[in-house]
Design a protein around this ligand. Structure first.
Ligand code: MN
Length: 232
């Protein structure tokens, strides 16, 4: 055995586990991810004001996200899924109509954790480095990508999500309905915007476009997108 190779592999495995941990909703051990717990918000409930109020975050994180966690725990209790990682549950229940309840709650737990990380106080601006190069290659410019992402978020009919994803080595904008997410379509999500009405109605009522534009310009976390791009 080559000790240098071994230690590097160990390091990479540990780094991957650490990187994935915030998305699993529990400890870094996949098997310990159930029963599922609500992961901590990466910032205080008032940290995204005035774009998103503490009141919205209080309900969205404290009631909606927590509710999906609670429902998921009830649904998987006593089944083989109680020992699965969140990602494995999502992949194994996607496109299985008889397991829609589990899929919806598992995907909503994952989507919301990913959404909180997709924003930060004083975010927005333009990405740099490799991510910026990939955006230019796929869309032609940052502005073109931003238009497409805003259009996807505004154009999703009813509840759902807008995403920047990597598919086949190329960046794309996609939108998904309800709990659907790109993981189950073999895509790698880089960031997301929640366009369910509960994400913005207390602050913006029917003005979804105002919410989307404010998130893109003032909160979106390009560092998080770049980390996801760099991850395996
Ligand atoms: Mn939501």
């Amino acid at each position: 055995m080559n000790p240098a190779t071994f230690s590097r592999r160990d390091f990479l495995a540990a780094a991957a586990a650490l990187a994935a941990a915030p998305l699993l909703g529990a400890s870094s051990s996949a098997r310990a991810a159930s029963p599922f717990v609500l992961p901590p918000l990466p910032y205080g409930e008032a940290a995204l004001e005035p774009v998103i109020s503490a009141r919205t975050i209080g309900f969205h994180y404290g009631k909606h996200h927590q509710g999906y966690v609670n429902n998921l725990n009830k649904l998987v209790a006593g089944s083989e899924m109680a020992d699965m990682s969140l990602e494995k549950i999502i992949l194994s229940t996607a496109n299985a109509p008889e397991k829609a309840g589990v899929f919806n709650n598992a995907a909503q737990v994952w989507n919301h954790t990913f959404y909180w990380a997709s924003m930060k106080p004083n975010g927005g601006g333009k990405p740099a480095g490799v991510l910026a190069e990939k955006i230019d290659a796929a869309f032609g410019s940052y502005d073109a990508m931003r238009r497409e992402l805003a259009a996807a978020a505004g154009g999703q009919f009813g509840s759902g999500w807008a995403w920047l994803v990597m598919e086949g080595g190329k960046l794309k904008v996609v939108k998904t309905g309800n709990a659907e997410n790109p993981l189950s379509k073999g895509m790698k999500p880089l960031l997301t915007i929640d366009v369910w009405e509960h994400a913005y109605y207390l602050d913006y009522q029917n003005r979804r476009a105002d919410y989307v534009n404010a998130v893109l310009d003032k909160l979106i976390n390009w560092d998080f997108a770049a980390e996801n791009l760099a991850r395996g």
